[in-house]
Design a protein around this ligand. Structure first.
Ligand SMILES: Nc1ncnc2c1ncn2[C@@H]1O[C@H](COP(=O)(O)OP(=O)(O)OP(=O)(O)O)[C@@H](O)[C@H]1O
Ligand SMILES: [Mg+2]
Length: 287
């Protein structure tokens, strides 16, 4: 899938690549933050390594872990065969490379082809806690990780790092300082219609434009959860699969669940009147 960037997004992405700086993307849900990382990995034909953050994420999930089951098996096998070995060397055997489980951050340091740097996507960092952010800060300055039993791993080729945040909390200034920052806004009407057409080619030009216009209008209503591009795409698929050729008030009411995900928002739109909203939207965007 192609990524339709506006000039600002394209410029910041270009700068992040040429300055070799991590790129921090913030913005509402569904505005295309994750997709930008996917697009960069497609551009280089390189691997996308994704670390999905969540509350309580720690280094065994993000950096590396040991394969306990295999280690145990090794111990049992040594016992069963009756190999004579001392305790120190047996312990050392347990911490060999083959028992190491590489998690995304460690994996992202293991590439050597400079023409195809991996893209490391650290998604929704705001969900992780402070300690984890502090650890990342260190990693993003040195691009090395020390495993006490094996030594230090340093990146031969720096990964392209994209961090995203939905801003459920503020990230620390120290982390921001190391990154280029981009606030990803909802797209302008024309670009959104293009994105809808790209994802749902079966939707007619008229239908796509109307959906774009209504979604833009919804975003002006101060909703709890204004619809993102993801919702606009879902809605276009929903209407197309119902063979709708135009957005009428009836279609809007029946398929609202594809765009609006909060009861309060539904009530708010109903109080304005869907017919009124549609008229306003079409008038504003000439759809
Ligand atoms: N510029 C774009 N060009 C093409 N497709 C896009 C673009 N922006 C967003 N999309 C599409 O919109 C949908 C939502 O985008 P994405 O998942 O990247 O949003 P997000 O900002 O990461 O949302 P969340 O905060 O919920 O994770 C995806 O299906 C994506 O393919
Ligand atoms: Mg995302």
């Amino acid at each position: 899938m192609e990524y339709l960037a506006d000039l600002k997004i394209a410029t910041v992405a270009f700068l992040a690549l040429s300055l070799e700086k991590p790129l921090l993307l913030e913005g509402d849900a569904g505005v295309g933050k994750t997709e930008l990382a996917l697009a960069l990995s497609r551009l280089f034909g390189s691997d996308l390594i994704r670390l999905q953050c969540y509350e309580g994420i720690d280094s065994t999930q993000a950096v590396y872990d040991w394969d306990y089951a295999k280690q145990l098996l090794h111990l049992r096998a040594t016992e069963a065969v009756g190999v004579q070995t001392d305790r120190t060397s047996l312990e050392a055997e347990l911490y060999e490379d083959r028992y190491l489980v590489e998690r995304p951050l460690l994996r992202s340091l293991g590439y050597s082809d400079p023409s195809r740097p991996p893209v490391l996507l650290i998604d929704e960092l705001d969900r992780a806690d402070d300690e984890f952010e502090a650890f990342l800060l260190e990693l993003l300055s040195t691009f090395e990780i020390t495993i006490p039993e094996l030594g230090t791993r340093r990146a031969l080729v720096k990964p392209i790092v994209i961090l995203t945040s939905n801003r459920t909390r503020d990230l620390h200034d120290a982390l921001k300082r190391r990154c280029l920052y981009l606030w990803v806004d909802h797209p302008a009407f024309e670009r959104e219609v293009e994105i809808i057409r790209l994802h749902v080619p079966d939707a007619s030009e008229v239908l796509s434009a109307q959906i774009g216009a209504i979604v833009q209008e919804f975003r002006r209503q101060g909703l709890v959860k204004p619809p993102g591009i993801a919702e606009a795409i879902d809605w276009a698929s929903a209407l197309t699969s119902l063979s709708a050729v135009e957005v009428t008030p009836e279609w809007l009411e029946m398929t609202l669940g594809a765009v609006i995900k909060y009861r309060e928002d539904e009530e708010r739109l109903a109080s304005i009147g869907v017919g009124t909203l549609i008229k306003q939207a079409f008038a504003r965007f000439g759809a």
